[in-house]
Design a protein around this ligand. Structure first.
Ligand code: ADP
Length: 562
């Protein structure tokens, strides 16, 4: 029988207070996980979002067993350092053995672990280290003398090929299990899709684990998709949405003042509603910002190409509400904990569901209604597809190839979410292995199923420029000019006719040529057009929408646009 099997609630809270200074658990889930782990009776799987206090779930029980040592596997020295610093600040004895520490330190730690009652409570190791003889000696010694409390695997998704940071050495951790009968294993992660969860259970050989998982459903978020290929001008559409959302600032709806506009004005600048627009490239952040500013919506661009100082300043300006909108690449996000984000827009799809969930999840942290919208278009889809295929073709190792394959699968799942008329919340929940949530018309599909179904079907039948190796109407105009297209004096009747025209004019068989050849052809055409001072055969070539499509097309085809 484990010595703390029947620890009362009061005693548990007293331990929490004693070691961490907290008066309560951060959530019911955290409490329940700790209660189960402290019993040391079974394996445990914890999946909670970053920042929700996962670490405490194993740290507190490890401290309660004050004569034993817990082993914690962590994938990165930097992550380990963060945790160790945090523990040391609380005077908790935690150590790490890795390739970077000095021999003296190593000896000191090993000697401590050999004591009848070691001072070390938590020993952090990398999975690579776990395979060494030194570590195995330590581990089995602790086990033999009943000084081992837990085997803990942090960032457990690294064990899965479906996870975003697969680490082959994580797979070997499961081998340690057979030599340590009776020791509970605790696996923790922030990102567990259903297949990742299965992989964790299988590879770490978890034995019917107790599962503590935060459901992914966020009832205050409204999810929708705008099918860009079906709208006239994406930028006007975007500006209108941003302007209206900020004006209404739905987050203030429970205030007394019925006039949202006024309301937003009266509140402190830093508490006013604001938004994030995620763009796939640096150029796009600049462009979105330029367009919105021109339309009177103060917007700052943010990307990794800016100097550190500038980035800090921009983040600060946005945080205090100087600019309500930030147009950013995904480098913006770490440490963003502004509660009043009223919308997160993806200007072009995210490459995977977990990325999308995490990024869009920055909206509505205050619990008030907020919007998550994707502007979806075939051009971006094609661009991502193209890049992923390029990477896969260039993969030199089996491992890299596998990674590329799972990245492609992740992309396909995201496309599926966007291009199916299924409740968006449900799609997310399915991905994360949760039950169907009660959406309550909090997504476009549940709000108006018919409309979305029709939009999707129109989207699918919108002209398949891809067939020609092109990404959208703008790059086709740029490339092949005047051959084809509505209202542009095109001569082709349909896409087959168009193929024939192209092959006549350029000697390229669009149905035969492989992607790379087509891309080269497009590059040549781009170059030719530029050299001859060729222009886009559309009157509104200064239209930001067109320019933007060209940037995207150029990106997909790796062509520089002058
Ligand atoms: P995660 O590992 O899930 O990303 P952390 O363990 O880093 O989250 O915890 C996030 C923050 O919450 C930390 O600052 C931690 O000290 C704090 N925290 C954890 N548990 C509690 C609690 N019961 N009460 C108050 N703060 C807590």
């Amino acid at each position: 029988v484990s010595e703390h099997e029947n620890l009362s609630d009061e005693k548990l809270l007293a331990e929490l207070k004693k070691h961490f200074g907290y008066n309560t658990f951060k959530s019911d889930l955290q409490k329940k996980a700790v209660q189960t782990i402290v019993k040391r009776k079974q394996d445990v799987f914890v999946s909670m979002p970053t920042g929700s206090g996962k670490s405490l779930c194993f740290q507190l029980p490890s401290l309660i067993y004050s004569r034993k040592v817990a082993i914690v596997f962590s994938p990165l020295l930097a992550l380990m350092k963060d945790q160790l610093d945090g523990l040391h600040k609380r005077n908790i004895r935690a150590e790490t053995i890795n390739s970077k520490i000095s021999n003296a330190d190593r000896q000191r730690i090993i000697s401590d672990l050999k004591l009848k009652v070691p001072n070390t409570r938590l020993l952090y190791v990398t999975p690579e280290q776990a395979a060494t003889g030194t570590f195995k000696n330590i581990l089995y010694d602790l086990y033999r003398y009943r000084k081992l409390s837990y085997m803990i695997v942090d960032e457990a998704h690294c064990v899965s090929q479906w996870g975003h940071d697969f680490r082959p050495d994580y797979l070997k951790l499961g081998h340690l299990r057979s030599g340590l009968p009776g020791i509970p294993w605790i696996a923790l992660t922030a990102t567990a899709s259903k297949p990742v969860m299965e992989d964790i259970k299988t590879h770490l050989k978890l034995n019917d684990p107790a599962i503590f998982k935060t459901p992914c459903f966020r009832p205050n978020l409204f999810y929708d998709v705008v099918y860009e290929d079906l709208i006239e001008d994406s930028y006007s559409h975007l500006a209108e949405f941003v302007e209206e959302t900020l004006r209404k600032d739905v987050g203030s709806s429970d205030d007394d003042e019925p006039n949202g506009d006024q309301n937003n004005h009266d509140r402190k600048q830093s508490e006013r509603g604001c938004g994030i627009i995620y763009c796939r490239t640096r150029i796009l952040t600049e462009e979105v910002a330029t367009v919105l500013n021109r339309k009177g919506i103060p917007t700052v661009p943010y990307h990794a190409g800016l100097k550190d100082k500038e980035r800090r300043q921009i983040q600060e300006d946005w945080t205090v509400g100087k600019y309500p909108v930030i147009a950013a690449t995904i480098s913006f996000g770490m440490g963003v904990d502004k509660a009043t984000v009223r919308f997160v827009i993806h200007w072009g799809m995210a490459p995977s569901i977990p990325a999308y969930y995490q990024e869009s999840g920055r909206a509505g942290r205050d619990g008030n209604p907020a919007f998550c919208r994707v502007y979806h278009n075939k051009a971006t889809r094609k661009a991502i597809d193209f890049i992923l295929c390029q990477e896969r073709n260039a993969a030199k190792t089996k491992q890299k190839e596998e990674q590329c394959k799972s990245a492609y699968k992740a992309y396909e799942q995201m496309v599926d979410l966007l291009e199916n008329a299924r409740c968006r919340h449900w799609s997310l929940a399915t991905y994360f292995g949760d039950e169907k949530p009660d959406c309550q018309k909090n997504c476009d599909v549940c709000k108006n199923h018919k409309l979305v179904s029709r939009a999707i079907s129109d989207f699918h039948s919108a002209r398949e420029y891809q067939k020609f190796g092109l990404t959208n109407s703008a790059d086709y105009v740029e490339t092949f000019g005047d051959l084809y297209g509505e209202g542009r004096g095109g001569v082709a009747k349909d896409s087959d006719d168009y193929s024939n025209e192209v092959s006549d004019k350029y000697g390229v068989d669009l149905n035969e040529k492989k992607d790379t050849d087509l891309i080269n052809t497009i590059k040549e055409q781009f170059a030719l057009r530029r050299e001859s001072g060729g222009s886009i055969s559309r009157n509104d070539k200064d239209d930001p929408g067109v320019k933007y499509s060209i940037v995207r097309a150029a990106e997909a085809t790796k062509v520089k646009v002058a």
